[in-house]
Design a protein around this ligand. Structure first.
Ligand code: GRF
Length: 213
């Protein structure tokens, strides 16, 4: 039996698409049963529908400032669809404890940094400003504290000379599309996953010259 998964998005939906693609493999241990967006115009909704997945908008603006009412509507649809896991994939609303607690241990998120470095927004710019030599992405369980839940999987990319926010974001995004399906599969299988070899580790010793007095 495949694990039933719902995905929450707000926009482009490329991570959602990577999960849908992975789940189209008969051997994949999860199936995508529902995509929900808080934005009716999210391009990801059409991508999901094009793949034959039920995709609905639950517009947060219709609920004014009542975040819990919006989440109650989402929760009802998640349960009606028989979702067992929820994947946040570029879902740009902060969740209240109500929804987080309801899905404790069963809600995953992908974040574009190597947490605990750079929680929150603008991760690529902040990574460039900090001068880190490795950057990447993290799949973690969602808890009440934003971007602080238990880490399930990470992928690193090098930061290269001349990188801009866009080039670095694109390099990280390619890894997000590999990592999220792999992490979801591991959770759906009950935690077992392939452990990478030491040879797969990534080191990034960029040339460095001491400044002359
Ligand atoms: C990704 O970078 C993801 O890590 C972050 O938001 C972005 C969503 O992109 N949480 P997409 O909608 O999946 O293309």
């Amino acid at each position: 039996m495949k694990t039933r998964v719902a995905i929450l998005i707000s926009g482009r939906g490329s991570n959602m698409e990577a999960l849908i693609d992975a789940a189209s493999d008969p051997a994949y241990p999860a199936e995508i049963v529902l995509v929900l967006s808080n934005r009716p115009t999210a391009p990801g909704l059409e991508i999901a529908r094009g793949a034959g997945i039920r995709a609905e908008a639950v517009d947060h603006r219709q609920f004014g400032s009542d975040r819990e009412a919006h989440e109650a509507a989402l929760d009802e649809m998640l349960r009606a669809a028989g979702a067992e896991l929820v994947c946040l994939a570029g879902y740009m609303r902060l969740l209240t404890p109500r929804l987080v607690d309801a899905w404790e241990g069963r809600m995953l998120n992908i974040h574009p940094s190597l947490l605990p470095a750079f929680p929150g927004l603008h991760t690529h710019t902040r990574a460039l400003e900090a001068g880190v030599k490795l950057h990447g992405c993290t799949v973690h369980l969602v808890t009440r504290a934003m971007d602080e839940g238990p880490i399930l999987a990470q992928a690193a990319v090098p930061v290269l000379p001349g990188d801009t926010e866009d080039t670095l974001a694109a390099r990280v995004l390619r890894q997000e599309h590999n990592l999220y399906p792999a992490a979801l599969a591991a959770v759906a299988r009950g935690g077992s996953s392939d452990v990478p070899s030491e040879a797969d580790c990534l080191a990034n010793p960029l040339p460095w010259r001491a400044s002359r007095p």
